[in-house]
Design a binder for this molecule. Structure first.
Ligand code: ZN
Length: 292
């Protein structure tokens, strides 16, 4: 019991620092920490979990049939193996360049659609001037992100990126990595001059997985994601970086790639022959400074 009390006290102390940032997802008013709950002036309350996260979307239904804990564990396994390290390094240098040169103040990065939190966690570890909020609607993903000791300035939140539980003009850097976007919400919570970083799959992304699943039409995802971006953000404002590489992988990693892919949702993953020994990572990194 004492252990649990100590843990919730540490969680409380950490989250006390994000008062003034979080908002009620129902009425959008500021949330204040009272005991171990965040409450708005209308009386909507959200309890902190002793497991180191805050659920700001308790009314949302969890889609655990598609977004299984197994899927998020497969993702974690792939990320931990270093297969996305070139992306991580790129993100690190983009964030670093956007921060005040003298490191005089903490900047807030919101990872909207963080999944199991690998990138949020690494950026938090590597860049001392960043405070990081890792947000996802999937409870099992956020629980994985929140595992381990409380880290000051690292916040895990269950929340809807189409109805972000943050006040206006609070975020310095918005990261949206291989996840759906809501640009109106992103612009609302970003500070004027804040940075938006969006990662979308290129035409060759995970082509080995698509071949194994016998899925075609590779360009569609990239086209749709680019169209949506361009509806909200002018090409003049946009920097595009292309990141393409191939890595050798083990049979176990090939199986994990199939398991973690939303493309496999219509398949029985165990019925798929994951007999490829290299993987193609082909990504577009879109960056814009937002002024509205
Ligand atoms: Zn409220």
């Amino acid at each position: 019991m004492e252990h649990a009390n100590t843990k919730i006290a540490a969680v409380h102390q950490n989250f006390a620092a994000v008062q003034g940032i979080l908002s009620c997802p129902l009425c959008h008013q500021p949330l204040k920490l009272q005991n171990n709950s965040f409450c708005c002036p209308q009386g909507h309350c959200y309890d902190l979990s002793a497991k180191n996260y805050l659920n700001l979307a308790p009314q949302k239904k969890q889609n655990t049939n598609l977004y299984t804990t197994e899927l998020f564990k497969a993702r974690r396994q792939i990320f931990e193996a270093g297969l996305y390290n070139p992306l991580l390094e790129k993100l690190q240098s983009i964030c670093q360049a956007a921060l005040p040169a003298d490191n005089s103040q903490q900047s807030l990065l919101l990872d909207a659609g963080c999944g199991e939190g690998f990138f949020a966690s690494k950026l938090y570890q590597q860049i001392k001037a960043l405070t990081v909020c890792a947000l996802d609607l999937a409870k099992n993903a956020v629980q994985l992100a929140a595992k381990g000791p409380v880290r000051p300035g690292f916040y895990c939140v269950i929340g809807d990126l189409a109805n972000l539980p943050l006040l206006d003009n609070t975020v310095d850097i918005m990261l949206n990595l291989l996840s759906p976007a809501n640009y109106l919400e992103f612009a609302r919570v970003l500070k004027p001059g804040g940075l938006l970083i969006k990662i979308i799959p290129g035409a060759e992304y995970l082509k080995e997985v698509r071949q194994a699943l016998q899925i075609h039409a590779p360009e569609r995802a990239e086209r749709q994601a680019l169209d949506l971006w361009q509806q909200h953000i002018s090409p003049l404002q946009t920097q595009v970086h292309k990141l393409t590489y191939q890595k050798p992988i083990t049979a176990e990693q090939a199986a994990a790639f199939v398991k973690m892919s939303p493309l496999s949702f219509n398949h029985q993953p165990n019925a798929v022959q994951a007999d490829f020994s290299q993987i193609t990572i082909d990504l577009r990194i879109l960056i814009a400074t937002i002024y509205n």
